[in-house]
Design a protein around this ligand. Structure first.
Ligand code: PMV
Length: 309
């Protein structure tokens, strides 16, 4: 028996880091994905080799939940790993979906999103639900959405944290992702911002300001005002840089892309990983990114979420 599912990656359009402190953040699914196939096997295998679960905590978490440890998992993706583009959440969502198909459970996207978040949280300890809900539901997801802007779909609580998850309508937009080639490591960067916030009123004001402009940006996006949205993205990048989450490589790519873009910024935790540019001239932006040492790819908005393939 074989079951296959896919789930999209994501970019955070606005609000990363500030979302850890209860501010809104908006993520959109992108048309790059992880595909996962689960088949019968006498021993646990990943991409044709036997594995030690100690080094694959996501797989261990998911397979134990379904009490089915002897399977062959094959996974394939066009998302670079550890690039701030949600490959880990997309893998969890697609594996959960494939396992549920294998167990003849009905397709339940909210259940997949919840289990995927539980997996990421168990493995990483601190994840907000932004990656896992975007990988599962596709399109646009807002955490802590200001009232009246999105459609609330879930309340997620974990260890004293609570997040309101809403869907948001995303216009058709062209984004160019620029991967720095430097792996980003979310946990330590989130921790560094926390230390800065603990010591510094000024850092807390920056986080408040990110919250305010994110709300403004969500409003601009819903009325398809790309020029305004782009201005806010660049401002967000500057505020994130003040928080210490950017790096020279990201700044170089943002600068280079700005010549042909409405706006550009780092996406995800930063410190490496990727930036995004909102543009009508994707080829010119892609060229500029290559010239400045990045790996570009053009993405379109509004792919569907997790599902059978
Ligand atoms: O780099 P990513 O995709 O793991 O995004 C991290 C986003 C943060 O706001 C920095 C942390 C979080 O869990 O929301």
């Amino acid at each position: 028996m074989s079951s296959s599912a896919s789930a999209p990656g994501k970019v955070i359009l606005l609000g990363e880091h500030a979302v850890v402190y209860g501010k809104p953040a908006v993520a959109i699914a992108i048309d790059r994905e992880v595909r996962t196939t689960v088949e019968d096997s006498d021993v646990l295998m990943l991409n044709g080799s036997t594995i030690d679960l100690e080094y694959h905590p996501h797989i261990e978490h998911i397979l134990s939940k379904y009490g089915d440890m002897k399977v062959s998992i094959t996974t394939d993706t066009n998302l670079p790993p550890s690039s701030g583009l949600g490959s880990s959440a997309a893998f969890s969502s697609s594996l959960i979906c494939a396992m549920r198909m294998r167990k003849n459970l009905k397709f339940d996207v909210m259940e997949i999103a919840k289990e995927s978040f539980e997996t990421e949280y168990a493995v990483q300890g601190r994840a907000s639900p932004i990656d896992t809900y975007t990988a599962s539901l596709g399109n646009g997801i807002v955490l802590n959405c200001p009232d009246g802007l999105g459609e609330p779909i879930a309340e997620v609580t974990k260890n004293g944290n609570a997040w309101k998850v809403s869907r948001i309508k995303v216009p058709d937009m062209t984004l160019v992702v620029g991967y720095t080639g430097i792996k980003s490591n979310t946990g330590p960067i989130v921790e560094r911002v926390r230390r800065f916030m603990d010591k510094n009123t000024f850092a807390r004001e920056v986080v408040d300001e990110i919250g305010n402009i994110t709300e403004e940006g969500i409003r601009a996006m819903t009325r398809n005002d790309l020029s305004k949205l782009g201005d806010i993205m660049l401002k967000d990048h500057k505020l994130l840089s003040i928080l210490g989450t950017s790096c020279n490589e990201l700044n170089k790519l943002v600068d280079a892309a700005m010549k042909y873009s409405y706006g550009a910024k780092l996406t995800g935790s930063g410190g490496g990983g990727s930036m995004i540019a909102l543009t009508d001239e994707p080829m010119k932006v892609a060229e500029a990114i290559i010239l400045h040492g990045g790996l570009p790819f053009v993405v379109r908005t509004n792919p569907k979420g997790v599902g059978e393939v």
